[in-house]
Ligand binder design. Structure first.
Ligand code: ADP
Ligand code: MG
Length: 469
C-alpha cells in the first residue's frame, strides 16, 4: 500500500487532473490511497473572499465576485474531467458545497471580522472540492476502478489551534485505519483532501500552510504504508531552490534528519510536519514530478527520504536560505564582566533553536535570530545581560549533510568556500543544526540569492541534469 499526494500545482487544469488520474491508474497494483491539495490558488482566493466579506458591505460585491469565479473555475474543470455519467452527482456536490460556503461567507460578513476558526472553515472548501472532484474523476466502474471519497474531517482529529492545528494521533490513527483499510483491501482507491481536519467536536480546522504533505504523512504512518509519494512540479528535492538557482540538481536520497533540517531552513518541500510521523513509523517519503512521471519507463526515481543510506558518497546535500532573519548584538556593560557570556548563553539555551550564536567575544556576543516571531521576548531577555542592538534584513543560508559530522575535511572545505564569499556577502558563520548537521551563515537579505548561487556552483558545479547521490 502506498500514499500518493498531489499538490495544488498538479491539479490546476483538466489536463493536469487527467495526468494525475493516469499516474494513479499506472500504480494500482501498489494499492494507492490518494491525498490531494486544493486546486491551484484556491485557498488564497477563498481567504481573500472571506477577508472582503469581513470588511463590510462595501466589499461584499468583491466577495461575491470571488465566489463566482471560484464556482466557475471548479465547475469547468470538474465537468471536463468527470465522465458525463457522473455529472448528476457532481452537480449536486458542487451545489451543496457552494451553498455551504455561501453560508460561511454570510456568517463572516455578519460578524464583521474573520476569526481564525471561520478562516479554517472557509479555507477547508478548497480540499473538500478538489478531493470530491478527483474521486469522481478517478471513479470509472466500467474500467473496474472505484475511488470512494473520504471526508478528511471525519478521520483527521486535531486540537483547536485554528490555522495550525496539531493532530491528535491516538484518535486519528484508528479512525484512518477504519476508514481506509477496508477499501484498500477490496481493491478500491480512496481519495481524501489534505490540510483539513476537525476537532473531536467536529469543528473544522487546518494544519497550516502547505499542510497537505503533512496529512499525507499522517495517513501513511497510520496505515503503515510502504511509501508516501509527494507528487509535485519538480523532479524531487533539489540541491537548491530551482527558481533561484538554475543549475539545481535532483537529490537521490536524504535522511529524515537532513530533510527536516532543510524543511526548517527554507526549502519549500517537504512540509516540516511530514518528517515526524514518517520517521516515527519508518515510512519513507518519495518526492516525484507529476509533470514528468516517465510512465513508459516506470516512474522517475525522484528523491527518497528515509533511513540514512550508508553507501551514499559523502557530500553536501543542499543549500537553502531563509529571509527575515535578524542579527542581534549584545555588548556587555562596563566591558562585559565575569557572568556576561554565560548569561547570554543561558538566554540562547532558553530560546533554542530560534537563537543561534554567531560570534562570541569577552565583551560582545553576536547572535542570529532565524525568525522575527520571538524577537520581542528574546530582546527583553537579552537586555538583562547587556546593551542590545538588532539589525534586521538578514538571511540565514544553510548547507545540510549528515556527513558534516563525520567528515572534518568536508566541513573545512565548506568553511573555506564561505570565507571566499566575504567580498560579496560579508558572511558571518553560525554552526549547529537542529535535526541534522549543517553549516549556516548569515548574510544580508539582498545578497542571499547571489551567495546561494555562488556556493551552489562551487559545490555542485554545472551538471543540471545529473542527480546527486
Ligand atoms: P505543490 O503544489 O506540489 O505542493 P509547492 O509549490 O508547494 O508544490 O512546492 C514545490 C516547489 O518548491 C517547487 O516548484 C520548487 O520551486 C520549490 N522549492 C524550493 N526549494 C526547493 C528544493 N530544495 N527542492 C525542491 N523544490 C524546492
Ligand atoms: Mg504546495
Amino acid at each position: 500500500m502506498i500514499v500518493m499526494k498531489f499538490g495544488g500545482s498538479s491539479v490546476d487544469s483538466p489536463s493536469s487532473i487527467e495526468r494525475v488520474v493516469g499516474i494513479v491508474r499506472s500504480l494500482l497494483d501498489r494499492k494507492p490511497v490518494v491525498v490531494v491539495s486544493a486546486m491551484a490558488k484556491t485557498t488564497r482566493r477563498l481567504l481573500r473572499c472571506a477577508d472582503a466579506a469581513a470588511s463590510g458591505d462595501l466589499d461584499m460585491p468583491r466577495a461575491f465576485a470571488i465566489l463566482n469565479e471560484l464556482r466557475d473555475f471548479h465547475w469547468q474543470i470538474a465537468h471536463a474531467v468527470v465522465e458525463p455519467g457522473g455529472h448528476g452527482v457532481l452537480e449536486a456536490m458542487l451545489d451543496r458545497y457552494f451553498g455551504e460556503l455561501r453560508e460561511q461567507i454570510d456568517e463572516v460578513a455578519a460578524a464583521g471580522r474573520l476569526s481564525a476558526r471561520a478562516a479554517d472553515a472557509v479555507a477547508s472548501f478548497g480540499e473538500l472540492l478538489s478531493s470530491a472532484i478527483l474521486s469522481l474523476a478517478l471513479d470509472r466502474p466500467e474500467d473496474g476502478i472505484e475511488a470512494p471519497w473520504i471526508d478528511c474531517r471525519q478521520v483527521l482529529v486535531t486540537d483547536d489551534s485554528f490555522n495550525r492545528a496539531k493532530p491528535i494521533y491516538e484518535q486519528t490513527e484508528p479512525r484512518m485505519r477504519k476508514a481506509f483499510l477496508p477499501h484498500v483491501e477490496a481493491g478500491r482507491v480512496p481519495v481524501v483532501g489534505g490540510y483539513v481536519g476537525a476537532t473531536r467536536d467536529g469543528i473544522t480546522t487546518t494544519l497550516g500552510k502547505e499542510g497537505s504533505d503533512f496529512s499525507a504523512a499522517i495517513v501513511g504512518a497510520a496505515l503503515g504504508a510502504e511509501e508516501v509519494q509527494i507528487w509535485t512540479d519538480v523532479d524531487g528535492m533539489m540541491t537548491a531552490d530551482p527558481r533561484i538557482v538554475r543549475g539545481a540538481r535532483c537529490i537521490r536520497t536524504l535522511s529524515f534528519g537532513e530533510a527536516l533540517e532543510l524543511a526548517c531552513s527554507g526549502a519549500k518541500k517537504p512540509h516540516w510536519g511530514t518528517l515526524g510521523p514518517a520517521s516515527r513509523a519508518d515510512v519513507p517519503i518519495r518526492i516525484l514530478n507529476s509533470w514528468a512521471p516517465h510512465l513508459d519507463r516506470g516512474i522517475g526515481e525522484g528523491t527518497l527520504i528515509g533511513r540514512r543510506n550508508p553507501a551514499a558518497k559523502p557530500g553536501i546535500k543542499s543549500v537553502t536560505w531563509r529571509a527575515n532573519a535578524h542579527r542581534v548584538t549584545v555588548r556587555g556593560v562596563h566591558g562585559g564582566g565575569p557572568g556576561f557570556r554565560s548569561d547570554v548563553f543561558a538566554v540562547c539555551e532558553r530560546y533554542r533553536p530560534a537563537l543561534m550564536v554567531v560570534d562570541a567575544g569577552p565583551e560582545e556576543v553576536e547572535l542570529a535570530l532565524g525568525q522575527a516571531d520571538r524577537l520581542f521576548e528574546i530582546r527583553a531577555a537579552l537586555t538583562q545581560t547587556g546593551e542590545v542592538h538588532v539589525a534586521p534584513g538578514q538571511a540565514v543560508v544553510t548547507l545540510v549533510s549528515d556527513d558534516l559530522a563525520a567528515d572534518p575535511e568536508l566541513a573545512t572545505r565548506i568553511l573555506t568556500l564561505i570565507g571566499a564569499l566575504a567580498e560579496k556577502a560579508e558572511p558571518r558563520l553560525v554552526t549547529k543544526g537542529v535535526a541534522a548537521p549543517c553549516i549556516r551563515c548569515l548574510v544580508s537579505e539582498e545578497s542571499a540569492p547571489d551567495a546561494v548561487t555562488l556556493l551552489h556552483e562551487k559545490i555542485f558545479g554545472h551538471r543540471p541534469g545529473e542527480p546527486v547521490e
